[in-house]
Each structure stands twice: as C-alpha cells, then as structure tokens.
Design a protein around this ligand. Structure first.
Ligand SMILES: [Zn+2]
Ligand SMILES: [Zn+2]
Length: 104
C-alpha cells in the first residue's frame, strides 16, 4: 500500500477515500455535525473509513440603509385571500403585517 500525503484527503470539497483517493461528491445528507465522525465505505476499494465535516465559516456583511435612518424596501412575502398580507423588508428583514389594507 502506498502512503499518501495526508494533505490529499483533508479539507477537501469532496469526500476522499484515504486509501485509494477515490473522490465522491458530498451532498447535504453527508454533512455531519462539526467534528462528528461519519463512517463511510469506499465505493472504489471497499475499505471503511471515517470522515468528519469541517465547516468553513464565512461571514458576509452588507450595508443596510434602513437600519441607519433610511427607508425599508418592502416586498410582499405573504398574502392570503382573507386579506392578510405580510411585507418583509428585503434589506433588514423586518416585517409589517396588514389586514385588509390596514397596518396591524
Ligand atoms: Zn477507496
Ligand atoms: Zn428595512
């Protein structure tokens, strides 16, 4: 058996077999809790191995004018045929509710 550099199968976008380096695309069902062990059998070489999900956390910030004295940009997010309407600000996420056109 050839030893592979550990770098080859850690922090990969795909689930990589540590024995034969067979890769398979991971999807949502394959995501575990951070650092929890998930057992997998390689479809290629049949060896069992364990992988953990490492979440790469990134932060995205944006300017929100309506939190700084500006006006909200309302979008209708819900409307029922009983006259209920909810508008959500597309920028700050605030909601306002209406009943028959009256704000409640
Ligand atoms: Zn394998
Ligand atoms: Zn807003």
């Amino acid at each position: 058996m050839t030893e592979h550099d550990e770098y080859d199968y850690t922090y990969q976008k795909k689930i990589t077999c540590p024995y034969c380096l067979h890769e398979r695309e991971g999807d949502c069902d394959d995501y575990g809790e951070q650092d929890s062990d998930i057992q997998e059998e390689c479809q290629e070489c049949g060896k069992a191995f364990i992988y953990t999900t490492d979440y790469d956390v990134t932060f995205c910030s944006r300017r929100v004018p309506c939190l700084n004295g500006g006006t909200c940009e309302w979008r209708t997010s819900y409307e029922s045929n009983l006259g209920h309407k909810i508008e959500t600000c597309r920028m700050c996420g605030k909601e306002q509710r209406f009943l028959n056109g009256e704000r409640v």
